[in-house]
Design a protein around this ligand. Structure first.
Ligand SMILES: [Ca+2]
Ligand SMILES: [Ca+2]
Ligand SMILES: [Ca+2]
Ligand SMILES: [Ca+2]
Length: 177
């Protein structure tokens, strides 16, 4: 099974995340033995919510080009809106993204976004919140979602739904499943 781990940090201590690290993992063997296969990162130097620098081959085809840059930019900018980051250089808070293919036809039907806090990737105890987006008819477009307060602003509204859908849709374009 493959999954993406996303960790953001507020290294400058201004209360907003300034870096987003994407780690693409493959689950092999026992929990904790997962293999890190690919990495990408984005930096928002001035913490204005718009990524200023980014690097990584998020489509995993061995080439880094404008498609990677565009996807990474979209994903990281939207991730910043979650406000799920670590103060300083800590790693306890992260998002785990998994796509599942119910029909086993190569096209995922659900993208799960699981917010964790604490150590241990597989432990249910570290799960803090989850959201999910669905592509029920296999056309590659998200058509439904289930979410809570995704952007942590105290409200559950259209903005949360939009955020889950764009993160899930972008994740599907990473083709990490
Ligand atoms: Ca910026
Ligand atoms: Ca690429
Ligand atoms: Ca669909
Ligand atoms: Ca909200």
């Amino acid at each position: 099974m493959r999954y993406l781990k996303v960790t953001a940090q507020d290294r400058t201590g201004n209360g907003r995340a300034d870096s987003v690290l994407l780690e693409f993992y493959e689950q092999v063997g026992r929990p904790g033995e997962d293999r890190l296969v690919n990495k990408a990162f984005a930096v928002d130097f001035d913490a204005d919510g718009k990524v200023d620098y980014k690097m990584g081959d998020v489509t995993h085809n061995g080439k880094e080009n404008s498609a990677d840059q565009r996807l990474l930019y979209r994903f990281a900018n939207n991730y910043l809106k979650l406000r799920w980051f670590n103060r300083g250089a800590a790693w306890g808070r992260y998002l785990k993204v998994i796509a599942e293919d119910f029909h086993d036809d190569g096209a995922p039907n659900v993208v799960r976004l699981q917010l964790h806090e604490g150590s241990g990737m597989t432990s249910e105890r570290t799960l803090s919140a989850w959201h999910a987006a669905f592509d029920s008819n296999n056309d590659g477009e998200i058509d439904a979602s289930v979410q809570g307060d995704v952007n942590h602003d105290g409200l559950i509204d259209k903005a949360d739904e939009k955020l889950v859908r764009v993160l899930a849709a972008t994740y599907l374009k990473f083709r990490w499943y």
